[in-house]
Design a protein around this ligand. Structure first.
Ligand code: PNS
Length: 162
C-alpha cells in the first residue's frame, strides 16, 4: 500500500523550517505532495506559481528525494485535493503551542470532512523562530533573510528589491 501525504501551506515564501518538515515527511511517506494553497486570511507577497517554483528550486538545492510533488490548489477544500490524489494524511509542522492551537481545529474539521488524518511534525528547533510572515516583513524592510530561507528564495527576494 502506497502511503501518500499532503504538506499544505501558504509557503509565502517557503522557509528553511518548511523544508525541514518536507524532508522529514519524505523519509516517512512513500509520496509527498507539497501543496501551495491561498490563505484568504493573509496578505500575499508572492504569486502562487512563483511559490511553487521556489519550492521546486529549494528541493533541488537540498537534494530532496524524488518522491515529492509540488503543486497548488485553489478550487474547493484541501481535503478534496487529498482525496483526489489518494492521500490519507496531512502533515503540518509544529513550532510551538501557538501552532498546536491554530492547527488543531483544522485537523479535526479535515478529519470530519473526509476522514483525512493530520500528523504534526516537529522541525529542528533551530528553525522554531522562523515564519514566512517574519521573512516577508524583514524582506519588505530591506533586511537580510538569507539565514531563514533556501538560497533560491533569498536570491529571488534580493532580485525584486527596488
Ligand atoms: O501556511 P498556512 O497559511 O498556515 O496554511 C493554511 C492552509 C492553507 C493550510 C489552510 O488555510 C487551509 O487548509 N486552507 C484550505 C481551505 C480548507 O480546506 N478549509 C477547510 C478546512 S480547515
Amino acid at each position: 500500500m502506497t502511503r501518500i501525504a499532503v504538506v499544505p501551506g501558504s509557503f509565502d515564501p517557503v522557509t528553511l523550517g518548511h523544508l525541514d518538515v518536507i524532508e522529514r515527511a519524505a523519509r516517512i511517506f512513500d509520496e509527498i505532495h507539497v501543496l501551495v494553497v491561498h490563505n484568504p486570511g493573509k496578505t500575499a507577497l508572492l504569486p502562487i506559481a512563483k511559490r511553487v517554483s521556489l519550492i521546486q528550486d529549494a528541493l533541488g538545492e537540498a537534494r530532496v528525494p524524488g518522491n515529492v510533488v509540488v503543486t497548488s490548489w485553489s478550487v474547493g477544500l484541501l481535503v478534496d485535493y487529498a482525496t483526489d490524489v489518494g492521500a490519507t494524511v496531512l502533515v503540518k509542522g509544529i513550532r510551538s503551542q501557538v501552532d498546536v492551537a491554530y492547527e488543531t481545529p483544522m485537523a479535526i474539521v479535515n478529519r470530519n470532512l473526509a476522514g483525512v488524518e493530520t500528523v504534526f511534525m516537529l522541525p529542528d528547533p533551530a528553525h522554531a523562530h522562523v515564519s514566512s510572515s517574519l521573512v516577508r516583513q524583514v524582506a519588505s524592510l530591506g533586511g537580510d533573510v538569507a539565514p531563514y530561507v533556501p538560497r533560491a528564495v533569498a536570491d529571488y527576494l534580493e532580485s525584486t528589491r527596488g
